[in-house]
Design a protein around this ligand. Structure first.
Ligand code: FAD
Ligand code: SF4
Ligand code: SF4
Ligand code: SF4
Length: 352
């Protein structure tokens, strides 16, 4: 571990400020902001900003997913071993295709509604008191905001994907601050990395209430200003308020409230990917308890059960009728795509 230098704990500026933020490696997860015991950092335009003199306590460098990161150490911590060659999309127990059984969820979700169905089940059955998810801003269409959902209705309101960054760690922080004793976390792979560092630390305030994590498979996330405002609104002349749903299936499919559909080539949208995403080497949320993605499927979520925690909550929900399942070999292209996209990301930057 490098967080102590010359028996001195590292401060923000000489660690994350220099090697993560200024180096354009910051994903904007907000973990450093929430863990600072002295409230020295604020979350400003998607990045941490020092607003008070840093007390050099050395905590934020230990929680940041982009500083002093070792894949094999974290895999040892989560799975008891590092992944082997050939485990292209990480260590797992089981692969499944899943769909929510509830029609309300199917009407709002992104793919098979698995994430919403599992969280609703966990809330209804007192497995959790809250879930850190992403909601939607009232004043900007498709602008994601972290949200602490404490009822199945609130989980349902957050269903669907917003392809911009939502620092859901802020919602986890809200859950902890409000005294919730049991929480679930949903987020992109980079956020799951932050959660694992928090657990390894451990920062028990956050790790103790965490019951399970769901990682969303992720190729990249887009800048709102670039993709939504400059490209969709100004260049394509789309009224953002008229967008009903957006999904990526080889291209970006935009369903409008009028019933019409328009498509955007993924190659165009990629110009608006956030810079830190170009360095990302985890497509399938390899460190989550459960990973979920669309992978070109229609109306089903591809699920990777990775840990005992993940398997246990999944089987409870399945046994009680919240979910339907199919075998992954019924849609072989999805697993092939999972392998392809995972391998492609590994080329972005080396591991360890
Ligand atoms: C930025 C991003 C990129 C993605 N890229 C891919 C991809 O390339 N390939 C692929 O197969 N799958 C991708 N996914 C995952 C996919 O879009 C679905 O989230 C997943 O298949 C689960 O579908 P569902 O119907 O089970 O989820 P739902 O039941 O619809 O629930 C979705 C959950 O995701 C949360 N959420 C929505 N937007 C965000 C966000 N921006 N950040 C964090 N949480 C959010 C919601 O709060 C909700 O709880 C991506 C997701 C995100 C957020
Ligand atoms: S967590 Fe510690 S090192 Fe980081 S900004 Fe706060 S006081 Fe400084
Ligand atoms: S913890 Fe997250 S927000 Fe803070 S510097 Fe690291 S990547 Fe950026
Ligand atoms: S591509 Fe990687 S860094 Fe970018 S949002 Fe997805 S998981 Fe985070």
């Amino acid at each position: 571990m490098f967080f102590v230098m010359e028996n001195r704990k590292l401060g923000f500026e000489e660690s994350l400020g220099k090697d993560v933020v200024q180096a354009n490696r910051c994903v904007g997860c907000a973990t450093c902001v929430v863990v600072c015991p002295f409230k020295c950092l604020e979350y400003d335009s998607g990045q941490p900003k020092l607003v008070k003199e840093c007390q050099n306590c050395g905590i934020c460098p230990k929680a940041c997913p982009k500083y002093d990161w070792s894949w094999s150490e974290v895999e040892e911590f989560v799975f008891g071993r590092a992944k082997k060659t050939g485990e292209d999309f990480g260590i797992y127990k089981r692969l499944l295709l899943t769909q929510a059984n509830d029609k309300k969820i199917l009407g709002r979700c992104q793919d098979g509604g698995f994430v919403t169905a599992l969280l609703s089940y966990a809330l209804e059955n007192n497995v959790i008191e809250g879930a850190a998810i992403s909601g939607i801003a009232e004043d900007r269409p498709f602008y994601p905001i972290p949200k602490l959902a404490t009822t199945p209705e609130e989980v349902l309101e957050g269903a669907g994907t917003r392809y911009c960054y939502s620092p859901n760690i802020l919602a986890l922080h809200e859950g902890v601050k409000s005294g919730k004793k049991s929480l679930a976390f949903v987020g992109t792979p980079c956020q799951i990395h932050a959660i694992r560092k928090i657990e390894m630390f451990p920062l028990k305030k956050y790790s103790n209430p965490l019951r399970f994590t769901i990682g969303l498979m992720c190729t990249e996330s887009f800048s709102y200003k670039g993709f939504f405002t400059e490209y969709l609104k100004l260049k394509l002349n789309l009224n953002l308020d008229e967008i009903e749903k957006m999904n990526i299936k080889g291209k970006i499919i935009i369903s409008l409230k009028s019933g019409e559909t328009t498509t955007v080539p993924l190659s165009e949208a990629k110009h608006y990917a956030r810079e830190s995403c170009h360095l990302c080497n985890d497509f399938s949320a390899e460190l989550a308890d459960i990973s979920a993605g669309g992978l070109g499927l229609k109306g089903w979520t591809f699920v990777i059960l990775r840990t005992e925690k993940g398997e246990s909550i999944f089987h409870k929900a399945l046994g009680d009728g919240a979910l339907k399942v199919r075998r992954v070999d019924e849609e072989p292209f999805a697993r092939n795509l999972l392998t392809k996209l995972s391998k492609k990301k590994l080329k972005n930057s080396s591991r360890d």
